[in-house]
Design a protein around this ligand. Structure first.
Ligand SMILES: CC(C)(COP(=O)(O)OP(=O)(O)OC[C@H]1O[C@@H](n2cnc3c(N)ncnc32)[C@H](O)[C@@H]1OP(=O)(O)O)[C@@H](O)C(=O)NCCC(=O)NCCS
Length: 162
């Protein structure tokens, strides 16, 4: 489903047919588009799949919005976030943080080889910002659609201004 979504999206952007889009799995596990200078990200979960393309790094993640991952709290949220985010939000902040962090880790192309705890999130209207311990800065948008949460992350070009 994810690759079908990807082919349809790339075809629309590149002006060709989905069957003409060639995808290949890179050494890091991500799927690349052959012959087009675009980054691709794919995500799939029960009954739903999404894809995103960009001229620069991009990551996308989808999860059922009602998924209860309270038992993963210590894997998803670092100490600073547990104090700040769990104080200011209800428990749905854990799944929203998971989706945001997975989108960023996919934009970084490391996936879960990088600990989610090395990212620190700040939520804002319609998404938010993430900073990695190595200093890289990311912006994500997030929306809930048909019972699924979807986040899309890109480099935060304005990080220095924040
Ligand atoms: C990237 C990762 C977080 C995706 O997790 P997932 O539960 O499979 O979730 P999603 O459905 O959202 O994403 C699947 C897509 O992630 C993409 N992906 C895989 N590795 C990726 C990476 N290093 N960077 C960016 N995207 C990646 C692929 O396009 C995949 O699509 P496909 O199923 O058509 O091949 C996870 O696969 C990962 O951390 N991989 C790298 C480390 C690894 O291989 N660990 C073993 C499992 S933990």
């Amino acid at each position: 489903m994810g690759r079908i979504a990807a082919r349809r999206l790339v075809a629309r952007v590149a002006g060709c047919k989905p069957g003409q889009v060639r995808l290949e799995v890179a050494d890091d596990g991500a799927v690349d588009i052959v012959g087009h200078d675009l980054s691709l990200s794919i995500s799939h979960t029960d009954d739903a799949a999404v894809a995103a393309v960009s001229p620069g790094p991009i990551g996308i993640d989808i999860e059922p919005a009602a998924r209860d991952i309270a038992d993963l709290k210590d894997y998803v949220l670092n100490a600073d976030e547990q104090e700040r985010l769990l104080r200011d939000h209800d428990l749905s902040i854990i799944i929203r943080s998971w989706v945001a962090k997975e989108s960023v880790l996919k934009a970084m192309r490391s996936g879960l080889r990088t600990s989610p705890l090395d990212l620190t999130l700040r939520f804002a209207d319609g998404g938010g910002y993430a900073r990695h311990a190595n200093g890289s800065a990311w912006a994500f948008s997030m929306e809930e659609r048909r019972g699924f949460l979807v986040a899309v992350a890109v480099p935060d070009a304005d990080a220095a201004l924040r």
